[in-house]
Design a protein around this ligand. Structure first.
Ligand SMILES: [Fe+2]
Ligand SMILES: [Fe+2]
Length: 295
């Protein structure tokens, strides 16, 4: 990745000083071990600590999409319905949404993209040939991968507008426009933001490199290389799938072409299987967005 000029770096640092803090609970939840015997209780405790979380969880558990037969009114019941991990997913997304509350169509569509990539990561990680990690970990990497774009929106809306006016069509074109217009990229900005929030280094690194191809393998912890590669694929698929959603036959053909061409290398299954997984991911993403009250 090219080193940004000093003036751009200075502006970056200034922006990060003003960055809102991610709620402490996010770091707490990310540090919990899912195999610990009191995982369920620890998550329940975090939910009880914040009425907004509890409300969202109850709404989610009662949503028609989850087919609730009778109203669920307690946190315990809601957690049994969606699982401790389902509750954690919701808290993470809700926490990040509170920091970067969508106030425009652009921010809403970026939220949709983030949650889409999160669900794609979860669904595709089980199909990835080389990846041996947790689907839940993959989910978080997807959810936060474009956090730098939210920062750009908050701190440099005019530059962001210029970037968007280039009408970029692929992640590569986006990076090219940012480098030319801003002098830095949302990957670098996201990396610095996650470091500031003291989130795990492997996560910050994945955000930093999510548009660098080929991946700088020597800079990435060996355990996370496959996950980093998957993140790049999921991002491309999400962009293609978002275009295909409600689009014409050509957009769908483009998505199938993307699945067929470069993804067969690392993912198991036929194009039909992959396309099915993509649709499943987008459906789950839609449920989550509805629970967060994002369009
Ligand atoms: Fe990105
Ligand atoms: Fe992205």
């Amino acid at each position: 990745m090219p080193v940004p000029p000093a003036s751009a770096l200075e502006r970056l640092e200034k922006r990060l000083e003003q960055l809102p803090l991610l709620p402490e609970v996010v770091r707490e939840l990310m540090s919990l071990r899912q195999d610990s015997p009191d995982y369920f209780e620890q998550v329940a405790r975090a939910l009880h600590a914040d009425p907004a979380f509890a409300t969202r969880l109850l709404q989610y558990a009662n949503s028609a999409a989850l087919g609730a037969a009778r109203p669920i009114t307690t946190i315990q019941e809601a957690m049994l319905r969606v699982g401790a991990r389902g509750a954690v997913d919701l808290i993470l997304a809700h926490s990040a949404a509170r920091v970067f509350e969508p106030r425009s169509d652009w921010e809403s569509s970026l939220w949709k993209h983030s949650v889409d990539v999160a669900w794609l990561m979860r669904k595709l990680s089980v199909l990835a040939v080389e990846h041996r990690g947790e689907p839940d970990e993959a989910y978080v990497f997807g959810l936060l991968h474009d956090i730098g774009r939210f920062v750009l929106y908050l701190e440099a809306p005019e530059e962001l507008r210029s970037v968007e006016e280039t009408d970029w069509a692929t992640p590569d074109e986006l990076i090219e426009a940012e480098t030319r217009i801003c002098g830095f990229t949302h990957s670098e900005l996201g990396y610095l933001a996650l470091r500031k929030w003291r989130l795990p280094e492997a996560l910050a690194d994945a955000v930093r490199w999510h548009h660098t191809r080929p991946l700088p393998l020597n800079s990435i912890d060996g355990r996370y290389r496959a996950l980093n590669a998957l993140l790049q694929e999921a991002d491309w698929i999400a962009v293609a799938a978002e275009r295909a959603q409600g689009g014409d036959g050509a957009a769908r053909a483009a998505l199938r072409g993307a699945l067929d061409g470069k993804l067969q290398l690392r993912l198991r299954g036929t194009v039909d299987n992959l396309e099915f997984a993509v649709h499943e991911a987008l459906r789950e993403s839609g449920r989550m967005l509805a629970a967060l009250h994002l369009p």
